[in-house]
Write a protein that binds this ligand. Structure first.
Ligand code: FE2
Length: 424
């Protein structure tokens, strides 16, 4: 007797009429048309069953704090950092934990079951670190929370920045972060990348740095990040987040840079919702879009993910833990409108971030964790178009969330009684 059997599922790779058999929290079999006795059987009715969404870039210590103590008037990254600085002295352990848990509830409802969150290590108290380590333990049964030690005020610029970051790692934070473009000079930024990559190499940690999050075409810390990655043999373990300066760089220089990034097997995270709003604020018209060169980086073989980055915090006034919203924005900003491009946008919120996080047992295949999402869409492209409802979400074979299909009732003579927005 199986624990769970999903039948008539369409998978992201296009296979149809697939059955997914679950036993002991793992996927036992994925076969066309399998019928077998199970404690719970779910007929997917031809709809898409996907591995869960993964967010490769988030800030869970600041989420759901929008308006405290005031809103970001200029809409810039730098005012957001200043505003976060005003908010920090008022933070408490319990308030951070409660907001983070509330966000994780939303995430699970959206089928988002793994999040890499940066956590600010700037203050010597490490209050946000201790709060999010607490949250990590509490949500572990239903969500994988990976933490990055993020020196928001600069690892060299802020007094004690490096020591605080090292202490955060000792407390159990998983990944080494950084913010080279916020250090005092370009040289100090490059020095910070070197120090932090060496620290990660020494301690066997992954790296994920906020890197070149500006409109400055000469901000080139990603070049240093790629260099240090290959110098220290950290291939496939280092991610550059944001990389928005690449949007403004000279094309000739980029033609040299992208192969160097590919050589280092650098991961890339673009945050389309945030960077379409934060960047280009000093422009009149035309206004730059402020997203890194996603299709070109993908074409060069780099693993590129879309992150959500912020929800209701000093930097962003929107969001609801919906990675399909991030994919939808990334598709538009990157003009990724071909069939292949739209499917790559779905990969950018599922398999690609799973690789960057190093998630074990991710996917819909025998032996993987029985974690998946039933979407109200027949394929990945339709899922993005509709920001499809998550009809069911399973974690280790146990249902953890359900939502109804969106159906509108019509009162139109001679027309159907309802519309559900799918193309079928
Ligand atoms: Fe960020």
């Amino acid at each position: 007797m199986l624990d769970l059997l999903i039948t008539h599922a369409t998978l992201p790779d296009g296979r149809q009429n697939m059955s997914i058999a679950v036993q002991g929290g793992r996927i036992a079999e994925v076969t066309e048309g399998l019928q077998a006795p199970a404690h719970e059987t779910v007929d997917a009715g031809g709809l898409l069953v996907s591995p869960p969404f993964v967010d490769a870039h988030f800030h869970m210590d600041s989420t759901l704090s929008y308006g405290q103590p005031r809103v970001n008037e200029s809409g810039t990254l730098l005012e957001g950092i200043a505003l976060w600085g005003e908010l920090k002295p008022t933070l408490t352990h319990d308030a951070i934990v409660q907001r983070a848990l509330q966000y994780c509830d939303m995430a699970v409802a959206r089928g988002l079951l793994a999040v890499r969150s940066h956590v600010d290590t700037s203050h010597p108290s490490l209050l946000p670190v201790e709060a999010l380590l607490d949250v990590k333990l509490r949500v572990a049964p239903y969500l994988d929370l990976q933490l990055v030690a993020f020196p928001q005020d600069g690892v060299l610029r802020a007094p004690g920045g490096l020591d605080n970051l090292k202490r955060a790692l000792e407390l159990g934070v998983d990944v080494v972060g950084g913010i080279p473009h916020f250090e005092r000079t370009m040289a100090q930024g490059a020095e910070s990348v070197k120090i932090l990559c060496e620290l990660a190499a020494e301690r066997g940690k992954r790296v994920d740095m906020h890197c070149d999050e500006s409109d400055d075409p000469h901000s080139r810390h990603v070049e240093t990040l790629a260099y240090e990655t290959q110098r220290l043999g950290l291939h496939g373990r280092v991610t550059g987040s944001h990389l928005t300066s690449m949007h403004s760089m000279d094309n000739y220089y980029v033609s040299k840079l992208i192969p160097l990034m590919a050589e280092a097997d650098l991961g890339v995270v673009a945050n389309p919702l945030i960077n379409i709003t934060l960047q280009g604020r000093h422009d009149t018209y035309p206004k730059r879009r402020g997203m890194t060169r996603v299709p070109e980086l993908m074409a060069a073989g780099l693993t590129v993910a879309f992150g959500h980055d912020c929800v209701l915090d000093p930097w962003y006034s929107g969001g609801s833990a919906d990675m399909l919203e991030a994919a939808h924005m990334g598709l538009h900003v990157g003009q990724m409108t071909s069939q292949a491009g739209m499917r790559q946008c779905f990969d950018a919120v599922t398999v690609n971030p799973a690789r960057l996080l190093g998630l074990e047992g991710y996917g819909i295949a025998p032996g993987c964790h029985a974690d998946f999402v039933l979407l109200h869409a027949s394929n990945p492209v339709e899922a993005i178009r509709l920001r499809a409802a998550r009809l069911g979400v399973w974690r280790r074979g146990r249902r953890v969330a359900s939502s109804p299909a969106p159906v509108a009732q019509l009162q139109l003579p001679g027309r159907p009684e309802s519309v559900n927005f799918t193309s079928n």
